[in-house]
Design a protein around this ligand. Structure first.
Ligand code: GRF
Length: 218
């Protein structure tokens, strides 16, 4: 099967982008990263793209009068590059429903919590404030409602007694970097069917949609 041309949209460090670039170096991986778009010119992820030899462009939201024209510019970049799938990876702009619908079931997002818990910002601080024993990450198909949509893969992480939001974020990122490449492989490999608000994974192997932090391994 031809590899699916994929774009990654970022705003910052791009460590999830790096995980996707690393996975896609394997010629057998079903997606190829063909474009990186950042809304922030200073995002380190742009450097990661350049090092990997992937075209990287800045579409700075501050240069556009409305969300619609900002997204039209992104759309033009995606079209020019022949992009089939889009991964949001720490992309800190909320997309309009029109853009999300145009990419329905072809756009993924990663969120640092076990959805549907802790949608929105500051997840790790909220998890700690609630005294939860467990948290993690979710990779899901994007829907117009923020951090909602059919879930493909989740990663599970313990909350430890001396955690602060930064320490917890670092532990969650370890599973994010394994969850995102796995979820993109499922989508790009044509293994995802959506029924209502559920993603069904064709030929699912037990545990395939779940990643445990190494400290949970027995
Ligand atoms: C990750 O925690 C991701 O879940 C969230 O933003 C962060 C991005 O980190 N949406 P990075 O830029 O991939 O390092």
């Amino acid at each position: 099967m031809a590899r699916r041309a994929t774009a990654v949209l970022i705003s910052g460090s791009g460590s999830n982008l790096q995980a996707l670039l690393d996975a896609a170096r394997d010629p057998g991986y079903p997606a190829a990263i063909r474009l990186v778009i950042s809304n922030r010119p200073e995002a380190f992820g742009l450097e990661r793209a350049r090092r990997a030899g992937v075209p990287a462009v800045v579409v700075d939201h501050r240069a556009f009068a409305t969300r619609e024209v900002f997204e039209a510019e992104i759309e033009a970049e995606l079209r020019t590059a022949g992009i089939e799938l889009v991964c949001l990876a720490g992309f800190m702009r909320v997309l309009t429903a029109a853009t999300v619908e145009r990419w329905r079931d072809r756009m993924l997002n990663i969120h640092p919590s076990l959805l549907p818990a802790y949608r929105g910002l500051h997840t790790h601080a909220r998890v700690l404030a609630d005294g939860a024993a467990v948290t993690g990450c979710s990779v899901h198909l994007v829907r117009p409602e923020l951090d909602k949509g059919p879930i493909l893969v989740q990663g599970v992480v313990p909350v430890l007694p001396d955690d602060d939001p930064e320490r917890l974020a670092r532990r969650v990122l370890e599973v994010e970097h394994r969850a995102y490449p796995r979820a993109l492989a499922m989508l790009a490999g044509g293994r995802v069917r959506v029924e209502g608000e559920r993603a069904i994974l064709l030929d699912e192997r037990p545990g395939e949609r779940l990643i445990l932090h190494p400290s949970l391994a027995r």
